[in-house]
Write a protein of this length. Structure first.
Length: 1019
């Protein structure tokens, strides 16, 4: 066996290499177009103090990094460069085609900066040197092999790129691959390239910069193979990591304009940036970690180009993700996919909150704060770091796999799972970085001031100012944070402290050398202290931490917090080995029979401190639940135990809320709620949830309580699993034997969601009653039901305003994109011409649109946007009524053809299927208007239209045409009264403060054509 001396000798040669400041601005040769408001201190400027949980986890992670063999990690790269090695590769994803060697280099570089441990520097310099040799020997213009065999490498496929060949994975709903990108090779290349970049950023090793720049030069060469932007946008539908960010960094490091030009081209604009810049949330059902790495590219490109569209997209993206998708513990997604906005509880699963996603969100958040300076970014950073990242590694695990979490298991009764020693998945890769950089956001500075963000015991060395200080205190176990100035030569600025948004500012106090400071203290703002600082000055910040809660979409289902920490009940220990993860098991071991619902509490959630008792000297609490006593611990400490991040409150105030919003609900297999059940059905499980299965021709029924408030308008809410393909049958809904609605097949409604259908109950069916009997009758196919509730008008107005306002409008739902329908084995394809860039290609089976709602039944005009080279006949089926329509040839251009259909009051199903497949059409969207609003049997060019966004809107509505049109925009209420009229494009926005909540008709008229759409105002 060959002696492995090369790595050992290299370590000796590199011993004693000094610490380099990793602050990227020091390394850039190009000035920013947009100046940063704040800059985080270098990791090498910050040292964690012994005694904190962060320091314990950092030390454990340091030992883990040192336990791994860099030569084994680099095995495939060495083989690709014909460098002899006898070190066997690790298993799992790393064995055949892994990129984890580069994440390892990044993690070691960060840990070296955080600790100064030269052993880490020696390892990564040796690894960079080997990569540089391979890069030179292979002579692939900067690319180097990293797969198990060169024959199976992606290089040849990548260099044959044309930009064509986008095809869907998962039946085309959320995940795409592309032959031009050799599948999804750039996902790995991004991770490899940024790991090399980070070695330079955090150690200053010049050879790493050289290798990184060569990698990006090859990426430019690859991009040149796709000269048309529309083709590149098609390719960018495939997973490609955060390549835009890397192009910007290469530009900043070299000044080579070729890199920034490519960065602009690599912005995924068509189906992502452009929509997010308008405030449109396009994330639902999309693969989270396909999209999350793109966010950094938006803000980085804005910093160096000033591109305002990227700025707007970055601002909106952060707000949308954090406010509408992030769960209480700081993570987001289920099974790596985004859910419906605001539907947090639907994202609870054995596969909730992939750790890679939060890794990307923290990087994005730190960059957003640096540019814009808003404290909200730091509040989220704290939440995600303390409650997700800190929880993503087993503090007692010393195994080869490292004890990292891929997901967090968040259904009631589930336990945290750790990857085994043969996994080495993507979250192992980013886990190598997560626990190496705890100090990166503790302190920030600008030209004048220092900002203390996280209250983690540490020291700060501000070398440029000859200033240093020490921060002590076990926050939030203790309320006091003590800062001591150790030295000061040239710092005369303000020291600022973050006062979190959730903090009671009236209880915060700050002293300097024992003297109380009279300063302005506001929640969500910075506390500013300025004086002539000298060595020995002591600042004491007192921030009393309290119990609090954050609601889900159901205000009586909440997460409990102690200050920044989510606290959770211990629902039982987990036996050794049971917490080893099979990450692909969506069912998990939730013990759903034992935990069919969240832990229940009858006390007031507004008075937590009166009945939750803290154990002295700990962060543990005891609380009496409805059926047992619970012991609460911080979520990050909930290792090897079953728990629940949400709790249900059923006290008097919560009962009042239920009366006003959700008078009754069915929780399957909970006797108290599954009351008065009737019917012939079966109770089954899927995705850790119970559901009721009803065979065709069968029914189920429940007696449901009504609101005690007379005159309340009620609705039946029925929840489905969004990706059913078999048991999707149509059904009818009855209240006390009166039919109130029906719906067609519910196949593939929306992937990785639990869509809800609403049925309005006529007031005469509830008048004078305290309860009603619900019956759901299956018709032609079986159906699975995942939830049943009776809700009120007030509930819809707050949580589903579009549904409520659709009932109050004579307009149908908004334009329905073909790719958002049920494309039964139909390809979703992308170009630069169709609306939103996406369409269904060569439709040979059918498209079905469910839940098309109109208040008033009658004649409507159905416009289908399509393109085809020959005439073709389609069967247009509306609620089982079939009409054959002949669609003329469009000579390959996108055009619309309008025909007439009959819609019934309430929900409708529209089904389109070609009668022959001789020359299948591409279909972009369908659009509905009341009869008389468009010309029948005529073809209209698709570009003769305009849009209003965001929709719904709360402050400003913006208007845009897809061509350079000049005309008049008019806004009318639903009775036709003219409210506003103005010339476009002289005015392209309208402040809607003067409009009440509701639906309005917006028209654009240029003297030739008249286009109408709807605007929903919801403030």
């Amino acid at each position: 066996m060959r002696k492995r001396t090369g790595f050992i000798i290299a370590m000796l040669l590199f011993a004693g290499y000094g610490v380099h400041a990793e602050e990227t601005d020091d390394l850039y040769v190009v000035p920013r177009v947009v100046e940063k408001k704040w800059t985080n201190f270098n990791l090498s400027d910050v040292r964690l103090l012994d005694g904190s949980y962060f320091k314990k986890m950092q030390d454990q992670h340091l030992n883990y990094l040192l336990s791994l063999d860099p030569e084994r990690l680099l095995n495939n790269v060495l083989r690709g460069g014909d460098i002899p090695t006898s070190a066997a590769n690790y298993g799992g994803w790393q064995h055949d085609n892994g990129n984890g060697f580069s994440n390892y280099m990044a993690g070691c570089a960060m840990m070296y900066a955080s600790t100064g441990d030269v052993r880490l520097l020696e390892r990564i310099k040796w690894m960079i040197d080997q990569i540089a040799v391979c890069q030179e020997k292979e002579n692939l213009d900067g690319f180097f092999y990293f797969g198990r065999s060169k024959g199976a490498a992606s290089y040849n496929a990548l260099m044959a790129a044309t930009g064509n060949g986008v095809y869907p994975v998962n039946n085309g709903e959320d995940f795409y691959t592309n032959s031009a990108m050799a599948g999804m090779a750039f996902y790995q290349l991004h991770r490899i390239f940024y790991g090399i970049r980070d070695v330079y950023y955090y150690t200053g090793y010049e050879k790493a910069k050289t290798v990184f720049v060569k990698c990006m030069e090859w990426a430019c060469k690859w991009t040149d193979l796709i000269p048309e932007d529309a083709q590149l946008q098609m390719a960018l539908e495939a997973e490609h990591g955060g390549m835009t960010e890397l192009f910007v960094d290469a530009y900043a490091l070299t000044g080579n304009k070729r890199f920034i030009d490519n960065a602009e081209r690599w912005v995924h604009s068509l189906n992502f940036r452009d929509q997010m810049a308008k405030g449109n949330d396009v994330l639902t059902s999309r693969h989270a970690n396909v999209y999350d790495p793109k966010y950094m590219g938006l803000i980085r490109d804005y910093e160096f180009t000033g591109n305002e569209q990227n700025r707007d997209a970055a601002l909106n993206t952060w707000d949308i993700v954090v406010n509408h998708h992030v769960l209480s513990m700081g993570g987001h997604g289920r099974w790596e996919r985004y859910g419906e906005p605001g539907k947090f509880l639907d994202q609870l699963a054995n596969t909730s909150t992939e750790t890679c996603c939060t890794n990307n969100m923290l990087r994005f958040t730190k960059a957003m704060f640096s540019v814009f300076g808003d404290g909200k970014y730091l509040d989220f950073y704290e939440k995600a770091l303390y409650n997700h990242i800190l929880a993503s590694k087993d503090p007692d695990n010393q195994s080869v796999g490292g004890g990292f979490c891929y997901y967090q298991s968040l259904m009631p009764g589930q336990c945290r799972k750790y990857m085994d020693d043969n996994s080495f998945y993507c979250c192992w890769e980013t886990g190598l970085e997560n626990h190496s950089k705890y100090g990166e956001a503790i302190y920030f500075h600008n030209d004048d001031d220092i900002l203390v963000n996280l209250y983690i015991p540490s020291t700060l060395e501000y070398e440029d100012r000859g200033f240093s200080m020490r921060m002590e205190g076990d926050y939030p176990l203790e309320n006091e944070i003590k800062l001591t100035i150790l030295k000061n030569q040239d710092f005369n600025g303000t020291i600022r402290f973050r006062c979190p948004q959730w903090m009671d500012a009236s209880r915060v106090n700050i002293t300097v050398n024992g003297q109380t400071q009279k300063v302005n203290i506001e929640s969500g703002k910075f506390i500013n202290i300025r004086q002539a600082w000298k060595a020995g000055d002591v600042i004491v910040l007192s921030m009393p931490v309290e119990l609090r809660y954050e609601p889900s979409e159901e205000p009586n289902v909440v997460s409990l917090f102690y200050g920044p920490l989510v606290i959770v009940p211990n629902l039982g220990a987990v036996a050794s080995g049971d917490y080893v993860s099979n990450v692909w098991d969506q069912q998990g071991d939730t013990q759903i029979d034992k935990f069919p619902d969240f832990p229940n509490f009858t006390q007031s959630k507004e008075e937590l401190s009166t009945w939750m008792k803290r154990k002295e000297g700990t962060l543990e609490f005891t609380a009496q639940g409805a059926d047992q006593t619970y012991n609460f611990v911080p979520f990050y400490q909930a290792n090897h135990m079953r728990t629940s991040v949400y709790q249900r409150f059923t006290g008097e105030k919560d009962k009042k809320w239920e009366n006003n919003y959700v008078p009754d609900r069915i929780i399957f297999n909970v006797n108290e709620t599954e009351h008065a059940y009737g019917g012939r059905t079966s109770l089954e499980k899927n995705y850790n949830r119970y559901y009721r299965h009803v065979d065709k021709g069968r029914s189920l029924s429940y007696t449901l309580k009504l609101s005690e408030t007379s005159g309340t308008q009620h609705w039946i809410a029925i929840k489905h699993q969004g990706w059913e393909t078999e048991e999707v049958g149509d059904y009818e809904v009855y209240i006390d034997d009166a039919l109130i609605g029906s719906i067609g097949a519910c196949e593939k409604l929306k992937q990785f969601t639990y869509p809800t259908n609403f049925f309005k109950i006529p007031l005469d069916l509830t008048k004078g009653k305290s309860e009603v009997r619900l019956k759901i009758l299956q018709k032609d196919r079986a159906m699975n039901y995942y939830g049943i509730e009776i809700v009120t008008d007030k509930y819809l107005e707050e949580f589903y305003p579009e549904t409520k306002y659709a009932y109050e409008s004579s307009l149908p739902a908004t334009r329905l994109e073909a790719e958002a329908s049920q494309p039964h084995e139909s390809n979703r394809t992308f170009d630069g011409l169709s609306s939103s860039g996406a369409y269904v290609s060569r439709l040979s089976t059918y498209l079905q649109f469910n839940n098309v709602f109109v208040k008033k039944g009658g004649t409507y005009h159905l416009s289908v946007c399509y393109r085809g080279s020959a005439s073709l006949r389609y069967n247009v089926t509306v609620n089982d009524v079939v009409t054959e329509v002949k669609y003329p040839s469009t000579n390959g251009e996108w055009q619309t053809y309008t025909s007439e259909i009959e819609l019934r009051e309430g929900f409708n199903t529209i089904h389109l299927a070609p009668t022959t497949v001789r020359t299948p059409y591409d279909v972009d969207y369908i659009e509905l208007q009341p009869a008389g609003s468009s010309a029948l049997g005529t073809i209209l060019s698709d570009w003769q239209r305009f849009s209003v966004y965001p929709n719904p809107c709360s402050d400003f509505a913006y208007f845009k045409t897809t061509a350079d049109w000049v005309g008049v925009i008019s806004i009318r209420d639903m009775q036709g009264k003219l409210l506003y009229s103005f010339n476009y494009p002289n005015q392209n926005k309208l402040e809607v403060n003067g409009l009440s909540n509701g639906v309005y008709m917006v028209s654009f008229d240029d003297g030739k054509d008249h286009n109408t759409t709807k605007l929903v105002v919801y403030k």
